[in-house]
Design a protein around this ligand. Structure first.
Ligand SMILES: NC(=O)c1ccc[n+]([C@@H]2O[C@H](COP(=O)([O-])OP(=O)(O)OC[C@H]3O[C@@H](n4cnc5c(N)ncnc54)[C@H](O)[C@@H]3O)[C@@H](O)[C@H]2O)c1
Length: 269
């Protein structure tokens, strides 16, 4: 599928940890479509080494940054503009983490320090990124910024825990910043609400296999895999979607529109 939809474009991809990461697939597809890339993740993720292999394979630069640190974000944006020799055309925010989920704290017994971290890493970092980018005038006109989210922002999935609140905030930040970035710089901001996907972050959610199987049966097209999410991100970064902004777009095989699917109840439609 070598359409070169992103030929001449330069983008930053957050969150490729290993080959399961959604961002890993996005980086591969963006490179395949002709984009020049800068990959970024936490210094710890960089030390794990897998992202280094991806960066060298895609001929991308690699810059460590904690997405909650304004200083790191400023350095990341400045250095990538230097390396690109110009402004940035697209950014994928593919960042999420909850210590409450990791430590098995239920929603009715949250550790509030962990909750602050969840919100900072998984949602407020999106605001920090866009505010820093706007202050530096780092994004090209008609640029495209995306973040990945999940339907637990709108409906209750009890095991999603405090990440549900983080995703609600993330989507709201996307809409709010979309107004400002659109008005001032003609930059679009959207969130993509992806199906359950087996990744390090995804599998941390309690009963993930059952959760995955349920969504798969409920969705007329089945769960959307990471590679299809990557295809969709490519289109959202391309000029073909330049008038789409401030949207939360479901990429979920139809799950979000279903009420009941007979397949879930093992009865015929
Ligand atoms: N896997 C799913 O089922 C699913 C479904 C819908 C949405 N999402 C979202 O997709 C995004 C990517 O997650 P994934 O499923 O690919 O898992 P992943 O674990 O591969 O990616 C999460 C990434 O966040 C990075 N990260 C964590 N803290 C960070 C920080 N402080 N600064 C910078 N980076 C940090 C991690 O290093 C990792 O690369 C997340 O926002 C996640 O919530 C995932």
């Amino acid at each position: 599928m070598a359409h070169q939809l992103l030929a001449g474009k330069k983008g930053i991809v957050f969150g490729a940890l290993d080959e399961h990461s959604i961002a890993w697939h996005v980086a591969e597809k963006c490179a395949e479509q002709g984009a020049k890339l800068c990959l970024t993740n936490t210094p710890v993720a960089l030390r794990m080494g897998k992202i280094q292999d991806l960066a060298s394979r895609l001929n991308a630069s690699l810059i460590g940054a904690d997405a909650t640190s304004l200083e790191d974000l400023e350095t990341l944006l400045k250095q990538s503009m230097e390396q690109f020799g110009g402004k940035i055309d697209f950014i994928l925010h593919s960042v999420g983490m909850s210590m409450n989920v990791r430590k098995g704290k239920p929603y009715t017994d949250l550790n509030y320090e962990y909750l602050h971290k969840t919100l900072d890493i998984s949602a407020i970092s999106f605001h920090k990124l866009m505010q820093t980018a706007m202050n530096l005038d780092a994004i090209s006109e008609w640029g495209s910024i995306l973040a990945l989210t999940y339907i637990a922002a709108q409906r209750i999935f009890p095991d999603y825990n405090d990440m549900a609140d983080a995703k609600a905030l993330l989507e709201s930040i996307g809409r709010s910043y979309g107004y400002h970035f659109g008005t001032h710089k003609k930059v679009r901001v959207n969130t993509i609400s992806q199906s359950p996907t087996f990744t390090t972050a995804g599998s941390g959610v309690g009963h993930f296999q059952e959760f995955f199987d349920y969504a798969d049966k409920m969705s007329p097209l089945g769960n959307a895999p990471a590679s299809a999410c990557a295809d969709f991100c490519v289109v959202m970064f391309s000029d073909l979607t330049r008038m789409v902004t401030m949207q939360n777009i479901y990429h979920d095989g139809g799950f979000s529109t279903m009420g009941m699917n007979p397949a879930v109840l093992n009865i015929r439609a």
